[in-house]
Design a protein around this ligand. Structure first.
Ligand SMILES: C[C@](O)(C(=O)O)[C@H](CC(=O)O)C(=O)O
Ligand SMILES: [Mg+2]
Length: 303
């Protein structure tokens, strides 16, 4: 009922324990608080909160237009609805290293279990697009040091994302990424998000080079091939995200339903694809609200 029972501190501690086990943790992207609950019910390990989804949800491109306040507010709404740990995309940290420090404290206060800070220049862009530029190593490391120094809960996961792989083709790009990732770990990063790795071998090389957890981004229509959880687990990847997938699915289904409304004038043919009212009420836990007021859930929903 209402919000999750697990405190942010407990979520962070449990997340750290699970990460230390070395198993692959699966974090689908939640596009709203309700979908975070569904992710939990379906047995996943955590919830990812994507900057691309957050900006798309506002009808905006993913180019660093969203503010810390918008991101922290939405992330809090999502994180508090699930017992699972939630990690959020903090883009470039919303400014200079001092802003990064404030970002981390704000996201801690919002109940997140961790965040990633990337080394792109501003204005940033989706990591799977061409023409990205990254900051010099000194600036990238300052962002991460600022993040690590700012957190008050040592279990809050500071993940460094590097976008440098795509700045050079072939092996040269991979070498740059490995070198930068190592430097980010030396600066205090708890985990690495190597963005836009192309092949399983590239993920494996990154895994081999580092002794902290790494994340694989299985976003569709991008630069990485889409690997299965098993394939990623086999090479020792620690976290996999499908950041925008659930929004893509929901928007695809919505578009098709609108076409059907245009064509046939009703949605009867779509009933089987819809979340049933009974399932929605179950997910929201209507019944539990009777503890306050026995008249809240005194009806039956027919299937
Ligand atoms: C992971 C990511 O940063 C996000 O905001 O979800 C994006 C995902 C995407 O645009 O497909 C990314 O830059 O990879
Ligand atoms: Mg992003």
């Amino acid at each position: 009922m209402l919000y999750a029972q697990t405190t942010p501190a407990d979520k962070r501690r449990q997340f750290r324990e699970r990460l230390a086990s070395g198993e692959l943790l699966r974090f689908p992207g939640a596009f709203n608080p309700l979908s975070a609950r569904l992710i939990e019910r379906k047995g996943f390990d955590g919830v990812y909160i994507s900057g691309a989804v957050l900006s798309a949800d506002l009808g905006l491109p993913d180019i660093g237009l969203t503010t810390l306040t918008e991101v922290a507010t939405r992330a809090q709404q999502i994180a508090r609805m699930t017992e699972l740990p939630a990690i959020v995309d903090a883009d470039t940290g919303f400014g200079e290293p001092m802003n990064v420090a404030r970002t981390i404290q704000t996201l801690e206060d919002a109940g997140l279990a961790g965040a990633h800070i990337e080394d792109q220049v501003n204005p940033k862009r989706c990591g799977h697009l061409d023409g990205k530029a990254v900051v010099d190593e000194g600036t990238a490391l300052k962002r991460i040091r600022a993040a690590v120094d700012a957190r008050r809960d040592p279990n809050f996961l500071v993940m460094a994302r590097t976008d440098i792989r795509a700045t050079e083709p072939g092996d040269a790009g991979l070498r740059l990424a490995v070198d930068r990732a190592k430097a980010l770990v030396d600066a205090g990063a708890d985990a690495i998000f190597p963005e836009a790795m192309r092949t399983l071998e590239e993920f494996a090389a990154m895994r081999e080079a580092l002794d902290v957890p790494i994340l694989a981004n299985m976003t569709e229509f991008g630069k990485s091939e889409l690997f299965s959880s098993q394939q990623l687990a086999d090479i020792g990847v620690n976290i996999v995200i499908w950041p925008v997938s659930m929004l893509r699915i929901a928007m695809g289904a919505t578009g098709r339903a609108l076409d059907e409304l245009n064509e046939v004038g009703h949605l009867t043919g779509k009933l089987g694809e819809m979340q049933h009212r009974a399932d929605l009420y179950e997910l929201i836990d209507y019944e539990e609200y009777n503890r306050f007021d026995t008249s809240v859930f005194n009806f039956e929903v027919e299937r």
